[in-house]
Design a protein around this ligand. Structure first.
Ligand code: ATP
Ligand code: MG
Length: 809
């Protein structure tokens, strides 16, 4: 009989239907903005489940933001009417963290590894550059970090880079050294930066085919949204996950008792997973982070026999908005033209507005928001976009004055606030005791009289003795720092140890699952009380400290919410969640506010009304990209992304003058405005703008530009860096079912004990890292005896005899 059509296909056009129902190995859906790419991907997941072509656990869907992941999960749930536990819908980074936490030991990482954000990478690089005097070679944390990040996105490490670099160039030699030390520091701290999360997962899969095989066996359907913005490392990850498992390896798995028989084909191999990618090369806006649209253009070559489906109907915008978008993007070369059309009618004309100043532009935006609102449009259906964060100041000022409810998406940067990073560093130091960065951050926060000299002294003491920073703290009595400072250091170490013990499970269930132990908020409150961090801020007379205390209280509240939402979630889960928060995750559809955000954050979103501000030369295209190869084309795509977020109403505004760092700069209309057919835009101008002509495009202004735009507040460079592999000592991995003392030893990192080693001046010793040397002097008593050693090649060191990796020769 005739197969009944599933309701989940209702309302889809034939191409969309085909994309949802296709069951071949590889599918590329390539289409312009608003054509239903994300919707189709969501329905495809639902369809795979509904037809029983996949179990939830066999699906891995990759979205660009955590928010998009949550939305997709909800929609699938709504379509199927049942929760699909076991399905992985998440970003590349979240998926990789999940995999790496499970497999950490294989690549020499603690499962509680830290995740460094760009600020953490910067601090690390700053220390390295200072130690190497690398600034004399022109390196800054920013420049070195950007270069390292770029290389990591290409899956290069310091060694592979060095092999191809011109090592007779001292600057290159210096860069390689920075890269090496950066990687070594992160490894020693059991830390990964954002780029590592992807790169190390690829490394794991390549170095451990059996591990890779288990994930290939598990994920039979991989779906990736926004594929145009994947970089090489992400591309390689997708490839590793979707490769077949060779017959031999499949047999080995079967012999190991892994159930794979049902997956093996006639040759005995496990065929590769099915892969669906969707994307739009015209919306590629992350080239500066290594995104490569060749991943799309090369898809049919990479996956021979791939099906390609084009979607041509736009369901989001009016024809006027779409025509403007098509006209603009049509000016880019090297692209395949897409026939995008809308059945939504022409709609209103686009409103163009030439303001006298940024302030004046903000007033216009605010007034129009009020007009739309009185006409019945909800605030949450309106958004204001800008190229750089610096543009928000004028907007916020006016919106506050007009009592318009608004929200700066991704602008609060809660987790980047110093006091929040301080509180989090306490938690990180508990979760990952080898993280030197976290420990140094809290060493004298709040102030406990430990100066920078002591901090660096502890650090080199640790290096010299093969200790972690934490172990050095515990043995700081040997440094002769004076009782007050030593006491403060020991007290902090004890506080962290005690907090770690709170996390130890109190019981183990019949199934061997550890339970009990304190939750995240209890540990945080314990640390705050023990360190005095909160009390110091509360007791301060600085009014700013009051706000800081409130922020920390907000963090405590967040940990309580986390406990409620994740009853099984531990400290590391909380820290992971915090690390992976992205700007777009800040969105709150229910908030009833106008959303303010950068054009980059707007990707994938849609609003009834969009205000695209600052459409000026210097801002759009941004002056930093204007002279770079491919820069203006990428900025044009950004403009295209912005325009295509609008459903009904689009406003394009610019200001003739803009205040920047106390200067008034004269601005020119963006070159992209001329690319929009004049009949699509209704131009208006503020009363203050002389010599402009109503109804026409804004003319290039007569005034000469004064100095142009100075450095805007946004960052165009990629984030941080670091490579990790190899081994590290003392970890706080908490395997279930071990007695408390054993946990405690692991956590406190008890090390070798040379206590009985009798050394006197003149003795020769061998050190694990420094080789042979001569003891010049022994000072201190008992467990705190220190050997002053002159090494044959490594120079003079002070070693704590009890624990240093030394032997008498
Ligand atoms: P972008 O390129 O901006 O990411 P997209 O291609 O992912 O866009 P979607 O966000 O999936 O597009 O869809 C755009 C809008 O069109 C959404 O509001 C979606 O609900 C709607 N839509 C998609 N397909 C249909 C359809 N067949 N019928 C009605 N509305 C649809
Ligand atoms: Mg989309």
């Amino acid at each position: 009989g005739v197969r009944e059509q599933s309701p989940l296909l209702d309302g889809l056009n034939p191409q969309q239907k085909e994309a949802v129902e296709y069951r071949g190995q590889a599918l590329l859906i390539i289409a312009g903005a608003g054509s239903g790419k994300t919707s189709v991907l969501t329905r495809r997941v639902a369809s795979l489940l509904e037809t029983r072509d996949a179990w939830p656990s066999q699906i891995l869907a990759i979205t660009f933001t955590n928010k998009a992941a949550a939305e997709m999960r909800e929609r699938v749930h709504a379509i199927l009417g049942q929760a699909s536990d076991g399905m992985w819908i998440s970003t590349f980074h979240s998926s990789c963290v999940r995999i790496l936490r499970r497999e950490a030991d294989k690549i020499g990482l603690s499962s509680t590894f830290s995740i460094y954000d760009s600020a953490d990478s910067r601090v690390t690089l700053k220390r390295i550059i200072k130690a190497l005097d690398a600034d004399t070679y022109g390196f800054t944390p920013g420049s070195a970090g950007a270069k390292i990040s770029k290389l990591k996105n290409e899956l290069a490490d310091a060694d592979s880079y060095a092999r191809n670099a011109n090592m007779s160039d001292p600057q290159e030699v210096m860069f390689v050294e920075i890269f090496r030390q950066y990687s070594a520091r992160l490894r020693a701290a059991s830390a990964l930066d954002f780029d590592d999360l992807i790169g190390e997962t690829v490394y794991l899969f390549r170095a451990f085919p059996k591990v890779a095989a288990l994930y290939r066996r598990r994920f039979r359907h991989l779906l990736v949204d926004e594929y145009q913005d994947t970089n090489h490392a992400q591309y390689a990850l997708v490839h590793e996950l979707t490769r077949p498992v060779a017959a031999e390896l499949a047999q080995e798995m079967e012999d190991d008792g892994v159930h794979v028989r049902n997956l093996r084909d006639a040759t005995g191999a496990i065929p590769g997973a099915s892969l669906t990618v969707v994307g739009d090369s015209d919306q590629s806006i992350y080239a500066f982070r290594g995104a490569d649209t060749r991943n799309i253009s090369g898809f049919e070559r990479d996956y021979p026999g791939a099906k390609v489906i084009l979607l041509e109907q736009n369901y989001r915008s009016t024809q006027n908005i779409l025509s403007a978008a098509n006209a603009v993007i049509g000016h880019n070369f090297d692209r395949t033209d897409k026939k995008l059309w809308s059945a939504g009618g022409d709609g209103e004309k686009i409103i163009g507005y030439t303001a006298y100043s940024g302030h004046d532009e903000a007033q216009f935006v605010s007034d129009e928001i009020q007009v739309l609102h009185s006409a019945g449009m909800a605030y949450r259906d309106m958004a204001v976009f800008y190229r750089t964060n610096a543009q928000t100041r004028a907007l916020e000022e006016i919106l506050v004055r007009s009592a318009t409810p608004y929200r700066v998406v991704g602008g609060t940067k809660f987790y980047e606030r110093a006091e929040i990073k301080d509180a989090l560093a306490y938690l990180i130091a508990v979760a990952n005791p080898v993280d030197e960065l976290a420990l140094r951050r809290i060493l004298n926060t709040p102030k406990r009289g430990i100066g920078p000299a002591t901090e660096t002294g502890l650090s080199s003491f640790a290096d010299d003795n093969g200790l972690t920073f934490r172990q050095a703290m515990r043995n700081s009595a040997a440094l002769g720092l004076g009782p007050k400072v030593t006491g403060a250091i020991l007290k902090l170490a004890e506080l962290l140890d005690a907090a770690a013990l709170m996390l130890v499970p109190t019981r183990v269930t019949g199934d061997g699952v550890p339970i009990g132990g304190s939750n995240v908020s209890e540990v945080l409150e314990f640390l705050l009380a023990g360190s005095g961090l909160l009390a110091v801020l509360r007791g301060s007379r600085d009014p700013q400290d009051e706000a800081r205390a409130e922020n920390i209280e907000e963090l405590v509240a967040q940990t309580k919410d986390f406990n409620k939402e994740n009853p099984d979630g531990g400290l590391v889960d909380f820290l992971t969640q915090v690390s992976l928060v992205a700007a777009a995750d800040d969105l709150d559809d229910a908030s009833g506010t106008v959303s303010l955000m950068t054009l980059h954050t707007a990707k994938g979103l849609e609003y009834e009304a969009v205000f695209l501000t600052g459409v000026e030369e210097g801002l759009l295209p941004h002056q930093m990209s204007a002279n770079e190869p491919g820069g203006p084309a990428e900025e044009r795509r950004l403009f295209y992304v912005g325009i295509t977020r609008a459903r009904q109403r689009l406003y394009l505004s610019l200001a003739m003058t803009r205040a920047q760092f106390g200067n008034i700069n004269v601005a020119m209309p963006s070159r992209y405005l001329q690319e929009i057919p004049a009949e699509l835009i209704d131009w208006k101008q503020s009363p203050g703008t002389a010599n402009s002509h109503g109804g026409t495009q804004p003319r290039a202004l007569n005034a000469r530009r004064e100095g142009g735009f100075g450095g805007f507040g946004n960052s165009l460079s990629g984030s941080g860096n670091g490579s990790t592999s190899g081994s590290n000592s003392a970890q706080a991995g908490l395997p279930p079912g071990k007695p408390k003392t054993e946990w405690a030893n692991k956590i406190t990192g008890t090390v070798r004990d040379n206590g009985a080693l009798e050394l006197t001046a003149g003795d020769r010793i061998r050190h694990h890292d420094f080789g042979e040397g001569r003891v010049n002097q022994v000072t201190g008593e008992g467990t705190k005896r220190i050997a002053h050693v002159q090494f044959d090649t490594a120079g003079a060191k002070k070693l704590l005899i009890k624990i240093a990796p030394i032997e008498k020769i």
